[in-house]
Design a protein around this ligand. Structure first.
Ligand code: FPP
Ligand code: MG
Ligand code: MG
Length: 316
């Protein structure tokens, strides 16, 4: 799916799909489990003809991963990041220009594949997800000092940047399976809460993880002036932080002040609790699915619930 006319583009677009560079593959894992968790017909083997449900679900998983990778490639250009997944970022390796084009190309290929599924609602859900990704990124870029201090703004941005892709794709899986609007909504809610929990943990790891374990630099958020949940919670405890956060972080001594207050505060713990709440709500969405006695359906649901706990414990 990523082969292009120009060999340089093929290798740039395939950079994060090579063995050893493929990352956690969280999105496709969640989506295929979701497909099995809501399926009423598990007789379909994994390998099937193009039109079999499982093959169509796999296609959605692939498309979602391609959109995800394209957003990371563009994000690393925007952030001037040198590393990703413990290796050189694509922009570092091939330069910004080719990296931008590779991201565009992946996005275009993803949507070509989506169109081929011949379901306009699915295409529309994926388009919404990309629209949300761009909006989230822009919310971050254009943030005002007051917005920087707002938990509501932070959570909205987090939904757009991190949870919108998985939530809309989970719903797309339910739509493709011909599920009721209730089941579609539960699939969406699972993805939404899982995605938010994931990002909250990511925000904690930016303060507590080491570069080696994360595969990317730590303290990057605050050093780039990006304020996340731990600092917002710390600000509730120490209102004097607000002035510093409003000033921004062009002055590096402001970063030191924030880190000092964060250490004294419950910011990290409270972020962890909020992540746990979202993980719980994701699990509730799975519990609310229509009853089933199919062992594959049940074990897939259990795996989706286990994932919510696994996310809370992750260290990278
Ligand atoms: C990572 O954020 C960034 C994203 C999850 C989304 C980025 C979205 C765009 C660049 C918009 C364009 C979208 C597409 C589909 C081409 P981060 O910088 O906070 O996280 P990091 O630590 O992983 O770099
Ligand atoms: Mg980044
Ligand atoms: Mg970014």
């Amino acid at each position: 799916m990523v082969v292009a006319e120009v060999p340089e583009l093929t290798s740039a677009a395939g950079y994060f799909f090579r063995a050893g560079a493929e990352g956690k593959r969280t999105c496709p894992t969640v989506l295929l489990l979701m497909a099995s968790a809501i399926s009423t017909d598990m007789s379909d083997p994994i390998v099937g003809s193009e039109n079999k449900p499982r093959a169509r679900h796999m296609r959605v998983a692939e498309i979602t991963e391609m959109i995800h990778i394209s957003s990371l490639i563009h994000d690393d250009v925007l952030d001037n990041a040198d590393t990703r997944r413990g290796m050189d970022s694509l922009n570092f390796t091939v330069g910004k220009k080719l990296a931008v084009l590779a991201g565009d190309f992946l996005l275009f290929r993803a949507f070509s594949a989506a169109v081929a599924l011949d379901n306009t609602e699915v295409v529309s859900l994926l388009a919404t997800a990309v629209n949300n990704l761009v909006t989230g990124e822009l919310m971050q870029l254009t943030i005002t000092p007051a917005q920087r201090c707002s938990m509501d703004y932070y959570l909205q941005k987090t939904y757009y940047k991190t949870a919108a892709l998985i939530s809309n794709s989970c719903k797309a899986i339910a739509v493709l399976s011909g599920q009721t609007t209730e089941v579609q909504a539960l699939a969406y809610q699972y993805g939404r809460h899982l995605g938010i929990a994931y990002q909250l943990i990511d925000d904690i790891l930016d303060f507590t993880g080491t570069s080696a374990s994360l595969g990317k630099a730590s303290f990057t958020d605050i050093n780039q002036g990006i304020v996340t949940a731990p600092v917002l919670f710390a600000m509730e405890e120490f209102p004097q932080l607000r002035e510093i956060v409003e000033q921004g972080f062009d002055d590096p001594s402001n970063v030191d002040v924030v880190l000092k207050y964060l250490q004294k505060s419950q910011g990290i713990e409270r972020t962890r609790l909020l992540a746990a709440e979202h993980a719980k709500l994701a699990a509730v969405a799975i519990d609310d699915l229509p009853a089933s006695e199919d062992p594959v359906v049940l074990s897939s649901r259990q795996a989706l619930k286990d994932l919510t706990q696994k996310f809370l414990r992750r260290t990278k």
